[in-house]
Write a protein that binds this ligand. Structure first.
Ligand code: IVH
Length: 681
């Protein structure tokens, strides 16, 4: 092992210097070094941290979202600073804030807009003549990084807005990675031996600050707009609430849970409600933001330093707890990876009882120095999958056991470590962090591959969950994923399974049929090629257009792709090199599963999209629009639901428009509709 001490010392020294310069620059407003000198320090620190990722800590200046932009991206100067928020950590502090503002407003009635405090990355989007021209991070509040190309890959950010809009305006909002995508990303990173993102905020920042926008595109980022930055030469609505409605009508995505309230007691009620329900949300939120509605009152209240007096972040209590790590056990993943997980003494955190937590890999366990028998801090960061944050060293008795995967799986009988399910030997490929079961026919692996294939992020075959895929396999109806598409020939056998009723069988067969048209990226991901996560799969789909072309790709061709390194290349070549896998793909093709991208087939640009129409469309009858949408792979409905993708708004729209605004459904006009239909024009 190389001596890490010099790197560690230099990193500590760099952090100290950078923190000092940050303070001089941001707090005292009196820098001692030039920007270039500062950048150089930061670059050196980043390079060192990249080489020694285990030395990165959450308080390193490189991890700070608000740090001055040091960047290959270019700097954007914000015409108006992006402010931050003061915090309230208790009911008393909320009321103290309320007391201060009512006093300053001399008892005028105040209305409040309550919003979720989103845990992502603040962005400012500038539109000139209706076109998105610049997207930037907050940076140090006055200078942000230019991340326009990356933000353009986020579907919920409109590239243009139509209608009567200010010639130049800026909206601000938060870009985030939904919990499920965050967990998926971390699982993928763990299997590739990359350092994990500590929370969705970190991962959002990491995702938009990629030099290759294709990486950002693969990350399923989302975002909500939460305020208007400025609108030049334009009369503004008198309140924040109306401004939000206006932005929504332009097609910006707003959080549907925003609310306009009239008393501080109602604000408290909103807080209580979401403190409870926030775990059900698909995104992370660490509190609520309370904003004074009236712009006139906002101006009257003004700012203190970089924080407006007219808004406050009322934080939720942390969702951490302590418990005992009883033992570390091992499960087998779909690629045969042997995945350690923590068995915990049950503990209730934020109203949910936690019994287990993922531990990713042996290196991660070592890095955190987790030992069996330790008292540990546990937190629910993402959705349901909890994390073990750290051991509480002061509570150690000395009896705790250092974990070794090989010892754990050691079979006395065979004299070596073996797979806990099938008893075959295990191995660890060179340069990898994971161990694997060597038996591709291991029952656990086959079942997991099936589960992965039908899962939501895979082919999304509703009705075939964990239980049914296990039963299908156990009964010999499905040996590999392609068999799913031939189940309709075995209807009678299905009826006997798991007490399935006629109706459920119909639904399942229909869901299997629908899945034949999933985008190619999903299909590639669903095949379960080792190291090919959702992100890489998307990139491969776009790069090759056809599964056959990917299967035939040479090593050199694969290595040309920036996001594909030698490890992924080897794994892809190995996968398609296997006769069995080629046979599965052949059978998928025969069954009619689409193995090409839409671009490659030149059809179905509206696949997967659901439209509702309101008002009169120029030049096209309702009927014509409906059949065009259908011909291009989309669907139309009469009523708005949560699954509506777009409301097409014509002349003299009906009440659907107001409903869509409330429900946060995106609206488009006829031109935008046509653009969707002809994406390449
Ligand atoms: S308003 C008043 N609204 O919180 C100016 N900010 O500390 C502050 N944030 O970096 C912005 N959700 O990115 C506002 N609903 C919300 C927010 C929100 C999250 C973030 C914002 C900023 C930080 C402020």
């Amino acid at each position: 092992m190389k001596d890490l001490a010099p790197a560690r010392d230099r990193i500590a020294e760099l952090r100290k210097q950078i923190n000092h310069h940050n303070y001089r620059y941001h707090v005292l407003d009196s820098p001692e070094v030039s920007d270039a000198e500062y950048d150089e320090l930061m670059r050196e620190l980043k390079a060192l941290e990249e080489r020694h990722p285990h030395l990165i800590t959450s308080i390193s200046p490189t991890q700070r979202v608000g740090a001055a932009p040091v960047t290959a991206f270019g700097v954007v100067r914000h015409p108006y600073p992006l402010l931050s928020l003061g915090n309230a950590f208790s009911r008393d502090e909320l009321y103290a804030w309320h007391g201060r503002i009512t006093k300053l407003l001399k008892g005028q009635p105040v209305r409040f807009v309550c919003e979720h405090k989103l845990d992502g990355l603040a962005v400012a989007l500038t539109y000139v003549n209706g076109q998105l021209t610049t997207g930037a991070t907050r940076g140090d509040s006055l200078n942000g990084e230019n991340i326009t190309h990356n933000l353009k890959t986020i579907r919920s950010i409109p590239l243009s807005v139509a209608g009567d809009v200010p010639p130049r305006f800026e909206v601000r909002g938060e870009v985030f990675l939904p919990k499920a995508s965050f967990e998926r990303l971390n699982r993928e990173r763990a299997s590739q031996g990359l350092p994990l993102y500590a929370n969705p905020r970190n991962s959002a920042a990491g995702s938009v600050r990629q030099l290759d926008p294709r990486v950002t595109a693969g990350r399923a980022l989302d975002g909500y707009i939460y305020m208007l930055g400025y609108a030049e030469g334009w009369p503004l609505p008198p309140g924040h609430w109306e401004t939000l409605q206006y932005l929504s009508s332009l097609g910006f995505k707003l959080n549907p849970h925003n609310r306009l309230l009239s008393t501080i007691e109602e604000v408290e009620g909103y807080y209580e409600e979401w403190a409870e329900k926030r775990h059900q949300l698909p995104y992370e939120t660490d509190g609520i933001v309370v904003k004074v509605d009236s712009l006139e009152q906002q101006t009257g209240l003004g700012d203190v330093g970089r924080e407006p007096r007219w808004a406050v972040a009322y934080k939720f209590p942390a969702v951490q707890g302590t418990t005992k790590l009883k033992s570390i056990e091992i499960s087998v993943g779909r690629t045969g990876s042997l995945n350690p997980y923590a068995v915990l003494e049950p503990v209730s955190i934020g109203g949910v009882t936690i019994r287990q937590a993922a531990l990713h890999n042996e290196d991660d366990i070592r890095r955190k120095d987790l030992r069996e028998g330790d008292s540990v801090i546990v937190q629910r960061a993402g959705d349901v999958i909890p994390q073990v944050v750290a051991p509480i060293e002061s509570k150690r008795s000395g009896k705790e056991k250092i974990f070794s995967l090989k010892d754990k799986l050691f079979s006395k009988e065979k004299g070596r470590p073996v797979c806990p399910i099938c008893g075959t030997g295990i191995y660890r490929p060179q340069d990898e962090v994971m161990y694997y079961c060597a038996n591709a026919a291991c029952t656990a692996q086959i079942q997991q591959r099936l589960e992965h294939f039908v899962s939501r992020s895979g082919m999304d075959i509703r009705g075939v969950g964990e239980k049914l895929s296990a039963a299908l396999y156990a009964e010999g109806l499905v040996h590999d994923v392609s068999d799913l598409y031939y189940l309709k020939e075995k209807r009678a056998d299905l009826l006997g399974l798991e007490k399935l009723a006629e109706k459920s069988v119909d639904n399942i067969l229909a869901a299997i049929k629908t899945s034949k048209k999933r985008p190619l990226g999903r299909v590639i991901f669903s095949l379960g090629i080792r190291h090919v996560g959702g992100e890489t799969a998307e990139i491969l789909a776009r790069e090759f257009g056809r599964l056959d072309d990917l299967a035939a790709a040479s090593r050199d061709r694969l290595l040309e792709i920036a996001a594909v390194g030698p490890k992924i290349t080897d794994s892809i070549l190995a996968f398609f090199g296997q006769e069995e896998n080629r046979r599965i793909i052949q059978r998928l093709k025969q069954a009619g599963v689409r193995l090409e991208t839409e671009a490659a087939t030149g059809e179905m640009p509206l696949a997967g999209l659901e439209f509702v129409i309101t008002g009169r469309l120029e030049g096209l009858s309702r009927h014509e629009v409906r059949s065009m949408i259908k011909a291009l792979g989309g669907t139309t409905k009469d009523r708005l639901t949560q699954s509506t993708s777009y409301l097409v708004v014509g002349k003299e729209p009906g009440s659907k428009l107001a409903h869509a605004l409330k429900m946060g459904i995106k609206q488009i006009n006829e031109d935008e509709m046509r653009r969707l239909m002809e994406p390449n024009k």
